[in-house]
Design a binder for this molecule. Structure first.
Ligand code: GLC
Length: 606
């Protein structure tokens, strides 16, 4: 019998002493030099980032710029802050970052209300900063995906401002959905649609002469008027925006509300159909309309022009490796079924779609197995990789979801059982990273951060909160700036405060507190990602082979690997499957038999 404590399974992957930052911005230990990547990272480049279809099994890290790192001490994260932390992301072992919006915006919805798609908001920096960030990321072997928000603009976008200014009859109004109201004096909204954030999806404008005028559609906040995608200028503009960012060197786009761009002709009433709750999934006249796919076919041709560019030859090709791979779109498309999601990733459309069905699945073996099977079956015919995601900036962090009773959904206000939540979250992550396809990590989950459930109302900024969207309004709790150091102002987030208050205990969850600590959540993520890089087979392919397992346990083979996940609250005896590669809790391996602890995932090499 040999005892293998977790300690030996989660060795820090990059235990080397940190070196000086290339451009000192902060002085904590998570900074590393931007010098050539260490051996582990170089091999990662070779195996994943360099190959043309890098995105099929990529691990993509979501950076929420306002909450990642603040370089100028104003309490708000920025692009220079992100750039300063790229070495951390390299050492974590991610293949790409997805940056939530950093464009010019009045921030009515944290930047998802874009006033100028080709400019960086001064709060986040400048286009030069974006350029430096993209360049540095590439130097370190990290691809960059930016957010594209095509369903709506800000009400401060030039088109919308002019549409209002020029009044009824202005051709600019045709680029949005302006309609006369119903009722004797047009005092009622044109139809019965509700905003996702609560209240009617229509706002009436006051014309320049002070009289009440037409109404405009906004599926989200009133500051986010929906574009009319039937108007050719909208399509032209977005294809041009794509080119702008592709010319800046980005590797892809996350498409915000990808299912919402096209509305049913005539904007019909929902009638007594139950109104949609936050991006829910139901058949409604404003989501998942078939017409949306023509837009993506057009976008795909633009992207492919860039993807097909010849790889540069000669010595510079080493330095410009990122030009050799395809560029991608990932769809945020909430659809009624995973089969409908598959429509977005047909070969001539987008590349990936977030798997929200997986995100909303409980920590329950049978449910998880069913969704894994359904996902793989739905993606296989269209040839797209499956994706897996547990958290993002719109939902309660999964550490907290899993610490609460199942069935509470993705918007939870209760802290729940923290220890249980973290234990399950770690197990869920290892399970996710063993599945074929691409996985998304939301900043801070690698630290095991919980949702901040007790933010005082006066600091909240989520527009859904102010519009009383009922079950929503809690998105600020997953957006609290992440802790880098044990102590110091805003725990190393910046030299000033942070735009949302951080819980006092977050110092002990910081990058500094967890780096090099065997068994810490950060080192667990690092170990798992290092194993994925060393064994590219782990994320490849489109199937898993299920193995027989006791109730509440998932066991599947992926080539030479076996993954076993116990979703039960008690330990379960299973056969051993060889050598333990990574384990989410401490495990003891015996000859021939093995006790898989409660809420634990183990990776094996057979
Ligand atoms: C997406 C974003 C969310 C935003 C909404 C409106 O769902 O993820 O944060 O509020 O779109 O743009």
């Amino acid at each position: 019998m040999s005892a293998l404590p977790t300690d030996s399974l989660c060795e820090p992957t990059n235990p080397a002493e940190p070196t000086e930052p290339s451009k000192p911005i902060k002085d904590d230990m998570s900074q590393h030099s931007a010098d050539p990547a260490p051996a582990a990272t170089t091999s990662a480049l070779a195996t994943v980032a360099r190959h043309r279809d890098w995105w099929r099994d990529a691990v993509i890290y979501q950076v929420y710029p306002r909450s990642f790192a603040d370089s100028d001490g104003d309490g708000m994260g920025d692009l220079e802050g992100v750039r300063s932390r790229l070495p951390y992301l390299r050492d974590l072992g991610v293949d790409a970052v997805w940056l939530s919006p950093f464009y010019a915006s009045p921030q009515a919805d944290a930047g998802y209300d874009v006033a100028d798609y080709r400019a960086v908001d001064p709060m986040f920096g400048s286009l030069l900063d974006a350029d430096a960030l993209i360049r540095d990321a590439h130097e370190l072997g990290i691809r960059v995906i930016v957010d594209l928000v095509p369903n709506h603009s800000s009400d401060q976008h030039e088109w919308f401002k002019r549409a209002l200014r020029e009044g009824p009859g202005s051709p600019l109004r045709d680029r949005y959905h302006f309609r006369p109201g119903k009722g004797e004096n047009g005092e009622l909204p044109p139809n019965d649609w509700e905003s996702i954030f609560g209240g009617p999806a229509w706002t009436r404008v006051t014309e320049r002469d002070g009289t009440p005028g037409d109404w405009y559609l906004h599926l989200f906040a009133p500051e986010q008027p929906d574009f009319n995608w039937d108007h050719p200028a909208v399509g032209d503009e977005f294809r041009s925006i794509l080119r702008f960012w592709l010319d800046m060197g980005v590797d892809g786009f996350r498409v915000d509300v990808a299912h919402g761009l096209v509305k049913a002709p005539g904007l019909p009433d929902l009638g007594d159909h139950e109104q949609l709750k936050l991006l829910g999934n139901d058949v409604v006249p404003f989501f998942d309309q078939d017409g949306v796919h023509e837009i993506y076919r057009q976008w795909r041709t633009v992207l492919d022009e860039y993807a097909k560019r010849e790889a540069p030859e000669g010595p510079s090709s080493e330095a410009r490796w990122w030009e050799t791979g395809g560029r991608i779109f990932v769809a945020e498309a909430w659809t009624p079924t995973v089969e409908r999601s598959a429509n977005y990733v047909r070969p001539d459309e987008l590349h990936q779609a977030f798997n929200f069905e997986y995100l909303t699945t409980h920590w329950h073996a049978a449910e998880l197995r069913a969704v894994v099977d359904r996902t793989l079956e739905a993606m296989r015919p269209v040839g797209a990789p499956a994706t897996w995601v547990l958290s993002n900036h719109d939902v309660t962090r999964h550490t907290t979801r899993f610490g609460n009773p199942a069935g509470l959904g993705t918007q939870i206000r209760l802290a729940g059982d923290r220890e249980l939540g973290l234990r399950r979250a770690r197990a869920a992550t290892l399970l996710m990273l063993a599945l074929p396809g691409s996985a998304y990590i939301y900043q801070g989950e690698e630290l095991g951060l919980p949702e901040v459930v007790d933010l005082p109302d006066e600091v909240r900024q989520d527009p859904a909160y102010f519009r009383g969207a009922g079950q929503d309004g809690f998105r600020d709790g997953c957006r609290v700036p992440i802790p880098w150091t044990r102590t110091g102002p805003s725990y190393g987030f910046g030299d000033g405060g942070s735009w949302l208050p951080q819980p006092r205990e977050w110092g002990e969850l910081s990058v500094e507190a967890q780096t090099g600590v065997t068994g810490s959540t950060l080192e667990l993520y690092r170990s798992a990602l290092a194993v994925r890089h060393e064994h590219p087979d782990l994320g490849a392919g489109d199937s898993v082979t299920w193995l027989e397992a006791p109730e509440g346990v998932l066991a599947f083979r992926r080539g030479e690997f076996v993954c076993t996940a116990n979703t039960n609250g008690t330990a379960v005896r299973i056969p051993g499957y060889g050598r333990v590669l990574v384990s989410s809790t401490e495990v003891v391996v015996t000859d021939g038999e093995f006790e898989l602890p409660a809420d634990t995932t183990v990776w094996w090499a057979g």
